[in-house]
Design a protein around this ligand. Structure first.
Ligand code: UDP
Ligand code: MG
Length: 341
C-alpha cells in the first residue's frame, strides 16, 4: 500500500452486530470516490467477535484495510489517536463504526479538505439520539463555548476530516485524556463546518453509559480550559465574603430587635448555610481532584495504549511509533508486536 490520499479511521468497540453492514456500505462508498484510500480500524479491546470480524475483512481487502488491535479498552479517543499515528493519508477522516455517520457522505468532507480547509467539522442535521442526549449535549456545548476558545457547534459528532498538518500536530501531543476534535481544532488554521446526515445506530447499543459521558465531558473541559478551576476559587471567595456579610447582618439585626435575650442562638439558619457550604467545598475539592488526577496520569510515564498486533499488508508491526517514548523501554523486546504509546 503506497501512500494513499485518504485515511479513514474507525474505532471499534463491541460492534460485532453492525460491522458487516458497515463494510457493505463503507467500501463501495469509498471505491465510488475513485480516490486512493486506506481504512484503519482500531479494535479497542472488544470483548465480542469484533476483532475476528475485522481480521476476516482484512483478509478480504488487504489492499486498503489495516487493523490496529489494542490489548485492552483504552477508549474511543485513544483509539483515534493510535489510528492517527498509523495513518498515512494526506487527509484523514474519522467516523463511528455504528453507521450513525453515513459513509456515502465521506466525499463531501474530502471535497472540503481539497478546497484547502484543514479541519472539517460536521453538524448533524437531524440528530438520531435520545432526547436526554440531545439536551445534555446542547448544554455542554454552551458551557464549552463559554469556557474554551474552541468553536465546535456539534461536539458529539466524530464524523470529521483533518488535513495531514493537523494530524501531525495531534500526533505530537502525548495527552492521556483528551478529546480529539477539540485538540485538533486548536491546531487548525482554516476550520470549516458542514451539515451532515445522522442515522440511528444500525445495531448494538451506545458504548457510552451516563457515567462515561460525564467522564468524557470532564476530559473535554479540563483538557482545554482552566476556567472551571478558576470559577471554583472565585465562587469560593465570593461565598465566603457573602456568608461573613450575612452572618454580621443577621447578628446585628437580632441584637437590635431582641437584644441579648436569645443568648448564643443569634446564629441564623446555620444548618442550611453549612449544608450549602459543604456542598460547594466538596464540589471544589472534586474539581481540583479532576485536574490533579489528570496531572498524575500525565506525569506517570505509562503507555497511553498498547497495540497487541497490527494487520496490514507487508506487516510492519515492529514499526513502533512509541520507540521514542521512555515508556516503550518498559516492554521486553521479545514482544515486538506489542508497542505502546
Ligand atoms: N468506541 C470505542 N471505544 C469505547 C467506546 C466506543 O472505540 O470505549 C467506539 C464505538 O465502537 C463507535 C464509536 O466509538 O464506533 C462511538 O461510540 P458510540 O456509537 O457507542 O457512541 P455514541 O454514538 O452513543 O456517542
Ligand atoms: Mg454511535
Amino acid at each position: 500500500m503506497s501512500q494513499p490520499e485518504l485515511s479513514v479511521v474507525i474505532p471499534v468497540y463491541n460492534e460485532e452486530a453492525g460491522l458487516q453492514r458497515l463494510f457493505d456500505r463503507l467500501y463501495p462508498a469509498l471505491d465510488a470516490l475513485s480516490i486512493s484510500y486506506e481504512i484503519i480500524f482500531v479494535n479497542d479491546g472488544s470483548r465480542d467477535r469484533s476483532a475476528a470480524i475485522l481480521a476476516d475483512q482484512f483478509r478480504l481487502r488487504p489492499d486498503v484495510t489495516r487493523v490496529v488491535l489494542f490489548a485492552a479498552n483504552f477508549g474511543q479517543h485513544m483509539a483515534i489517536m493510535a489510528a492517527f499515528e498509523h495513518s498515512r493519508g494526506d487527509k484523514v477522516i474519522t467516523l463511528d463504526a455504528d453507521l450513525q455517520n453515513p459513509p456515502e457522505e465521506i466525499g463531501r468532507l474530502v471535497d472540503k479538505l481539497r478546497e484547502g480547509y484543514d479541519y472539517v467539522g460536521t453538524i448533524r442535521r437531524q440528530r438520531q439520539d435520545s432526547l436526554f442526549r440531545r439536551y445534555a449535549s446542547r448544554m455542554i456545548n454552551r458551557i464549552r463555548e463559554k469556557t474554551t476558545r474552541i468553536r465546535i457547534t456539534d461536539q458529539g459528532c466524530m464524523f470529521r476530516g483533518y488535513a495531514r498538518n493537523v494530524v501531525e500536530m495531534v500526533n505530537a501531543c502525548k495527552e492521556v485524556s483528551t478529546f480529539v476534535p477539540a485538540l485538533a481544532y486548536t491546531f487548525a488554521k482554516r476550520p470549516v463546518e458542514i451539515e451532515i446526515g445522522h442515522e440511528e445506530r444500525a445495531a448494538g447499543e451506545s458504548k457510552y453509559s451516563f457515567y462515561s459521558l460525564i467522564r468524557l465531558n470532564f476530559d473535554l473541559m479540563t483538557a482545554f480550559s482552566l476556567v472551571p478551576l478558576q470559577l471554583v476559587s472565585l465562587t469560593g471567595m465570593l461565598l465566603s465574603v457573602l456568608s461573613v456579610a450575612t452572618y454580621i447582618i443577621v447578628i446585628l439585626q437580632r441584637l437590635v430587635t431582641r437584644g441579648l435575650s436569645d443568648g448564643i442562638y443569634v446564629v441564623w439558619d446555620r444548618d442550611i448555610l453549612q449544608f450549602f457550604l459543604t456542598g460547594v467545598m466538596l464540589f471544589s475539592l472534586g474539581l481540583i481532584g479532576e485536574y490533579v488526577g489528570r496531572i498524575y496520569q500525565q506525569v506517570r510515564p505509562r503507555p497511553r495504549y498498547i497495540v497487541e498486533a497490527l494487520l496490514e499488508s507487508g506487516n510492519r508491526a515492529d514499526r513502533s511509533p512509541a520507540a521514542t517514548l521512555p515508556a516503550a523501554a518498559a516492554f521486553p523486546a521479545s514482544q515486538s508486536t506489542r508497542h505502546a504509546s
